[in-house]
Design a protein. Structure first.
Length: 81
């Protein structure tokens, strides 16, 4: 993969992770989160950071899957003129 492919995967993933972070944590207080019945032993900033990178990973994976589908033989990328 070249730099352009990486950017076409990571940049939309970053932007969507920002939006997801804003939407989720507008309604969810990190101190109210529970894991295995007990509260998280992380600071608010650590929860925000972990959440952002989790969202970025998921949205970048979605973009990468789209790129993979477009790159398959017979896909839309083969029909460019």
């Amino acid at each position: 993969m070249n730099l352009r492919h990486w950017l076409s995967v990571l940049w939309p993933g970053f932007l969507l992770a920002c939006v997801a972070e804003l939407l989720v944590f507008a309604f969810v207080d990190p101190s109210d989160l529970r894991w295995g019945g007990s509260g998280l032993e992380l600071s608010r900033q650590a929860v925000y950071t972990c959440g952002f990178f989790a969202f970025w990973t998921l949205t970048a994976a979605s973009s990468a899957l789209t790129l993979a589908f477009l790159s398959t033989p017979g896909g839309p990328a083969d029909h460019e003129e």
